[in-house]
Design a protein around this ligand. Structure first.
Ligand SMILES: O=C(CO)COP(=O)(O)O
Length: 254
């Protein structure tokens, strides 16, 4: 079975009611995006705007939280629990984004525990991995993403609801996109890691998205790579060009 293309829009800590209504209206008005049989679209608004987005977003696009707490909710000031997403019928959560790893000190193990807990609550997870520029320049890329993936693989039993997002840190928000060959190389290495360390079934079925300065101008070429199964988009997800990025799913149509 081919892997269904998946395009995530991570709005990060951006937006106002006004701006969000505008981008949602643009998404809702996009008539010629491929159908749900071809592409899965997932929008990740900041927590406080999730109910607004849910109330106005077209029903064929799903919603994700950008993070959630590592276990059941309770006395964890400032946190949001997986149960709350379930309560609101929000199906997805993005976990382990490099901004959280770097700025909030989330370790590989902590991210893995979050993935396990979110899955246990029935959420689908976009688990982010990726190397820094220094790690790439010192030849550690594959080791870094393998270690990040291993922490998850050590704890996750069922991969059905896991999508990996490969987001090289040096490409995030910098305009320095990975070349299609660079993306393919890491995606292929990740897939072969899964094959060796988890199973060939998980390796062939798990979607690996590319993230980092994806735009309408570069998405078709990157999306054409055999091991690229979609994108996780930041800046361009807040712009009308996100519609063109969704349409890049057509490159995988046989
Ligand atoms: O971090 C990202 C998505 O999660 C990518 O961000 P940019 O598309 O802004 O580079």
């Amino acid at each position: 079975m081919p892997r269904k293309f998946c395009v995530g829009g991570n709005w990060k800590c951006n937006g106002t009611v006004e701006e969000i209504k505008k981008i949602v209206n643009t998404l809702n008005a996009a008539a010629d995006v491929p159908g749900e049989d071809v592409v899965e679209v997932v929008i990740g608004p900041p927590f406080v705007y999730i109910p607004l987005v849910k109330s106005i977003l077209r029903p064929d696009f799903a919603i994700a939280g950008q993070n959630c707490w590592v276990k059941k909710g309770g006395a964890f000031t400032g946190e949001i629990s997986a149960e709350m997403f379930k309560d609101l019928a929000i199906p997805w959560v993005i976990l382990g984004h490099s901004e959280r790893r770097a700025l909030c000190g989330e370790s590989n193990e902590f991210v893995a525990d979050k993935v396990v807990y979110a899955l246990s609550q029935g959420l689908k997870v976009m688990a982010c991995v990726g190397e820094t520029l220094q790690q790439r320049e010192s030849g550690q890329t594959n080791d870094v993403v393998a270690a990040q993936t291993k922490a998850i693989a050590d704890k996750v039993k069922d991969w059905k609801n896991v999508v990996i997002a490969y987001e090289p840190v040096w490409a995030i928000g910098t305009g320095k996109v990975a070349t299609p060959a660079q993306a393919q190389e890491v995606h292929a290495a990740l897939r072969s890691w899964l094959e060796k360390n988890v199973s060939s079934d998980v390796a062939s079925k798990t979607r690996i998205l590319y993230g980092g300065s994806v735009t309408a101008a570069n998405c078709v070429e990157i999306g054409s790579q055999p091991d690229v199964d979609g994108f996780l988009v930041g800046g361009a997800a807040l712009k009308p060009e996100f519609v063109d990025i969704i349409k890049a799913a057509n490159v995988k149509k046989k």
